[in-house]
Design a protein around this ligand. Sequence first.
Ligand SMILES: O=c1ccn([C@@H]2O[C@H](COP(=O)(O)OP(=O)(O)O[C@H]3O[C@H](CO)[C@@H](O)[C@H](O)[C@H]3O)[C@@H](O)[C@H]2O)c(=O)[nH]1
Ligand SMILES: [Mn+2]
Length: 796
Amino acid sequence: MPSVQDPVQTPQSPRVHGDEEEEGSDDIESEFASSIAGRSNIVHPYRVSVAESSINSWDIDSVSITNSGASVHFYEEHVGTPTNHHALVVHPNTGEIMRYNPLQTRPINPNRDLALYGYGSVAWKNRVEWKTKQQNKMQKVSSDGEGSDLNDFDSDCDIPRCAESKQQLSRKVPIPSSKINPYRIVISLRLAILGLFFHYRILNPVHDAHWLWLTSVICEIWFAFSWILDQFPKWHPIQRETYLDRLSLRYEKEGKPPELARIDVFVSTVDPMKEPPLIIANTVLSILAVDYPVDKVCCYVSDDGAAMLTFEALTETCLFARKWVPFCKKHKIEPRAPEWYFAQKIDYLREKVHPEFVRERRAMKREYEEFKVRINTVVANSCKVPEGGWSLPEGAPWHGNNVRDHAGMVQVITGNDCVMDDAGNKLPWLVYVSREKRPGHDHHKKAGALNALLRTSAILSNAPFVLNVDCDHYMNNSKALREAMCFLMDPVLGEKICYVQFPQRFDGIDQHDRYSNHNVVFFDINMKGLDGIQGPIYVGTGCVFRRHALYGYDAPTATKPPSKTCNCWPKSCCLCCGSKRKCSKAKKKQEHQKKVKCRNASKQVHALEVAGRETAPPVPREKFEKRFGQSDAFLASTLQDNGEGCHFDMLKSLDDCIHVLSCGYENKTQWGKEVGWIYGSVTEDILTGFKMHCHGWRSVYCMPKRPAFKGSAPINLTDRLHQVLRWALGSVEIFLSKHCPIWYGYRCGLKPLERLSYINCVIYPWTSIPLLIYCALPAFCLLSGKFMVPEQLPAS
Ligand SMILES: O=c1ccn([C@@H]2O[C@H](COP(=O)(O)OP(=O)(O)O[C@H]3O[C@H](CO)[C@@H](O)[C@H](O)[C@H]3O)[C@@H](O)[C@H]2O)c(=O)[nH]1
Ligand SMILES: [Mn+2]
């Protein structure tokens, strides 16, 4: 029996603002009608198709038809079902109460060209037919023009360029000593005063109120300790500067295909009511329009809500991207999330903008308004879930009808040249993924979702780098990926870097930042300090990872041979070469590794790697399976040369994807323990970054002048308190787990000061206890008539 969802009670995803401006009405029906009038070529969702097709209709009849003209037109009476089986809904336009038959399933937009929904497990279209069509299309595709206008620098002369292309891609910018030294002096002074203070406190107990004195001293010691934990990692902050032009010179040589590394972008969403589709659409659009070679970017959206609304919104987004992406690239606009771009006011006269741009911008703004109307329509329609749930036009039910119990879904919405933009260029891949959910399984929230994406993307695109963003964090700087590559692709320093973290910046926060959403001390001071030690902690979004580090491998050690024998990534090097010869360097390394005491955190990795080298090929499969699970496709991908483009059989890959998305896949594997995002805390981000640092990796904090990502922060007190409480609980979970930085991972790659800062991260919620007690002490003093310091000062 399918679950019954009462459409009257289903909360509606908030409507987007701004779409009423142009149409002069706040009414969905009229928005819809006027947009139809303006754009006859757009296929619109349900309302019209309902009137046209009685088979797929909503079968809604009016209960109190007083003035039923419009509604009768839209909602047809269903005679087959008794009226007591009908559900009641309020008509969005007239406000009258309607009935509709909930037992009918309703397909997603049946009028749209089915190919636009892409290709995957939720596709109803004949797969073979689709494939042939795509192959024909692929043959017609001319080479793509992307990458030529990516950097605006002058083409002065070639010789300096050559020299420049060999230079480092980034550098540390020292913080002027005039700034940092006063800070250090103050810290030292405070430390000295603290010493004197405790000298006095400990040597002068209060004899008639010993417990009062002792409690207060314990609290004070705790405060001093947590202050030290907080200050010391800030001792040596650094800043960094990137050279995007050198990156381009090195990896985008004229006349050659760009050699920039491929990157998979992970966007996670869970609840379309809390994370409205328009927000996700903006994030996805900013990613699709990124300033990076198109065939090097794949965007994966993980939908833990398995919502057809999200899926539909993404297909709409993909349609709009065909116009939006060429516009962004032509005019090099920032940011590439339309909502925020159009929110910027441009003074055309003062900035002397070209009239053609003004015209195109206006036209694009209109397109965007219409896009918003379409998203609103999808949102409005999604509130009327029929009892049988959503269905696909061919009659099969939508897998996600039961959010807690459904099969995995993968749908490549754009990809394999399936969708070109209006300028005739390819669009980056956009893949919709919803992992399998079954009752009784622990799905591990965001970490579980990201691990599922990590496996799926390994099978489909297997890019060596992975960007992770929350669905409400759009890319504010279209060069953000290039910024990250200045570190990760640096020939000297790059190999040791596991991730590049960008600061979290937020829009829409009140002027005084009353809930401290900006977290200035953390993002502008602490993280810079950590960058001077071993690297910033991972904060869950706006972070570009090395896939290899996510697989739980150790950072390359200093004894690593300086040059690679093949064009592949460390560790898997020997495996993927398929060579049986054991070069002397490799032997030396093995011997060295035997001498090195096995690192606590990575015993299995070492075992696997050493075994892998000794017997390559074949790879010791059982060990691999114990670590990564049983998918052949996934195991093969871990050994693949990451520099290669992806060639795969779509049909076979989708089956493999469904396999790795299944909820039992991680059983008896190292996923969430040593591999991928680590489970065991709601702040999976801190834990995951911590494990990487324990493996000896370094991370980098990148703060481009134009903020790389911007997100939405909670702007009401309840949400903010919930968020802060969740973070604190996450820290407590880590503190009480085996991964507590106080005792975990000694004799591994974690530097002592970095450890201090992680200890600070997991210990801070406990400060609430001494704080509470300390605040209560004066009350006790009053009640007991005693005091916590001796009442007579010691005789001098
Ligand atoms: O079962 C789940 C739960 C959450 N998410 C996604 O996880 C992200 C973060 O969740 P949210 O509820 O927005 O948490 P916030 O407190 O706003 O997020 C901050 O804190 C989290 C925990 O430290 C980090 O993971 C985030 O990146 C960071 O932005 C969102 O994109 C969600 O869609 C899932 O995909 N599946
Ligand atoms: Mn969030």
